[in-house]
Ligand binder design. Structure first.
Ligand SMILES: [Zn+2]
Length: 109
């Protein structure tokens, strides 16, 4: 048998931060709109220049703080854009900061 034929139409997405290419892993599309700045695009169908981020919170943090989205979207993120993206970012897991807060708080004990 020849090498397994590739599945025909599996769109590959690349995280703009870590360059992970994966069709299965959940990548979120961000799209630059003219009227409302950078928006999340869960449908992946909005018109405009888009960039993908994988579900790794570290990539989102880097995208929010760094320049990578400016380059990928050929724009300059405004403070509002960065805040908007931060609000949609997956939460950082196991980083300890929030756990420390909870410890100090000791709710209902
Ligand atoms: Zn990534």
């Amino acid at each position: 048998m020849p090498t397994r034929s590739r599945p025909k139409h599996v769109p590959q997405r690349t995280c703009v931060v870590c360059r992970t290419t994966d069709a299965k892993r959940r990548l979120t599309r961000l799209v630059r709109t003219t009227e409302a700045g950078v928006q999340m695009d869960p449908t992946g169908k909005r018109a405009g220049r888009g960039a993908y981020l994988c579900d790794n919170p570290a990539c989102w943090q880097q995208a929010i703080k760094g320049e990578v989205l400016n380059k990928a979207l050929r724009t300059t993120l405004s403070e509002a854009d960065r805040a908007h993206i931060a609000a949609a970012a997956p939460p950082l897991a196991g980083e300890g900061a929030s756990i420390d807060e909870q410890r100090q708080d000791k709710p209902e004990r």
